[in-house]
Design a binder for this molecule. Structure first.
Ligand code: SF4
Length: 339
């Protein structure tokens, strides 16, 4: 059912270009267009899956929203204290208060935890930084957080090396939850984990979302991971979003050839499902020198003349189903049954 909750995060025309410097004087020789004009919104309590191959700009999008990178262009609006504010216009010295409401869970549970800090130090850090708790209350808050993520109070005094990958990711989740954020950017939180642990972590994130009323931007590199956790899904290619729809609509009725190719790689358990894997030729082109016209055209099996010269418009083809493809109306693309 379509969510009508208020919008929590709105991203408008977001761009992040990194300069390439060369030579003795480190002159600017070009730009990597990691994020090249991205628009989407997320309603309170929903999960937007942001999916694409490595190098498509999805992680940079998440980090630019949090101002870990300063944007090249665009706006990010976030609802706080009942009103929408432009995150990029918040003075740097006032970002701390906003960061309390916007947190991140990192991909790699091994490198994202300081090996010299105990679990108590790691999880309590946001509570101390934001002045939320101290003394005995600090300890009891950490205990509650560990229990909320399926760990135990006796884990508090141990160091990260004593835990498995899945447990370390739970510590990272507890740290992200500590400041009681509204929005969590989940940056490929399960891709470094064993398959058997991935489902447990996804279930945990879903349970916590219900318990704490969280909103997620869930970044992943394939559509199988985000299928069940996402309310809506955005597919990203070479710095731009090429398709966005409800999860059910996107899986059942894809309108962009890149989405069709990603869907063909999603494993199904249904014995009647005959998968015809679409193998994309070549790698993702360099974002420093993107192809003309539709950026996907060198790898698209439906490409025609216009695709090589004109960038397709971002348009709403049916209710809340957005796509950027010249041929979206005429192509009859193959989806998969959304479970
Ligand atoms: Fe393929 Fe052309 Fe559509 Fe791009 S615009 S996805 S090249 S058919």
């Amino acid at each position: 059912m379509e969510s009508k909750a208020p919008i929590l995060l709105e991203v408008k025309g977001l761009k992040k270009h990194f300069s390439i410097r060369k030579g003795f004087f480190r002159q600017v020789a070009g730009y990597v267009r990691a994020v090249d004009g991205v628009d989407f919104f997320i309603r309170e309590g929903e999960t937007l899956g942001l999916v694409g191959e490595s190098g498509c700009g999805k992680t940079t999008t998440g980090r630019t929203i949090l101002r870990a990178y300063e944007p090249t262009a665009g706006e990010v609006w976030f609802r706080t204290n009942g009103e929408m504010i432009n995150v990029f216009q918040v003075p740097k010295n006032e970002m701390k208060a906003l960061r309390r409401e916007m947190q991140i869970i990192f991909q790699d549970p091994f490198s994202s935890l300081n090996p010299r800090m105990t679990v108590m130090d790691i999880v309590s850090e946001p509570l101390r930084i934001h002045g939320i708790a101290k003394g005995a209350e600090l300890k009891s808050r950490v205990r509650e957080l560990l229990e909320a993520v399926g760990l135990k109070a006796q884990h508090m005094n141990r160091y990260p090396y004593a835990f498995s990958g899945g447990q370390r990711q739970r510590i990272g989740v507890a740290r992200a939850l500590a400041s009681r954020p509204k929005l969590i950017i989940c940056d490929e939180p399960v891709s470094a984990l064993d398959v058997s642990v991935q489902a447990q972590t996804l279930n945990l994130l879903e349970d916590l979302q219900k318990e704490f009323g969280l909103t997620y931007l869930f970044v992943a590199h394939d559509l199988s991971v985000v299928e069940h956790i996402s309310s809506r899904v955005a597919v990203m290619y070479l710095g731009v979003i090429v398709e966005l729809a409800s999860a059910e609509e996107l899986y059942d009725n894809p309108l962009h050839p890149y989405t069709e190719a990603l869907l063909s790689a999603v494993p199904r358990t249904d014995p009647d499902h005959v998968s015809q894997r679409i193998v994309l030729e070549g790698d993702v082109p360099s974002p420093a020198n993107p192809p003309s016209g539709c950026k996907f055209h060198p790898r698209c099996r439906y490409s025609q003349g216009v695709c090589e010269t004109e960038a397709p418009e971002w348009r709403e083809l049916s209710d809340d189903h957005w796509v950027a493809c010249h041929r979206a109306e005429e192509l009859n693309l193959v989806g998969i049954d959304y479970d």
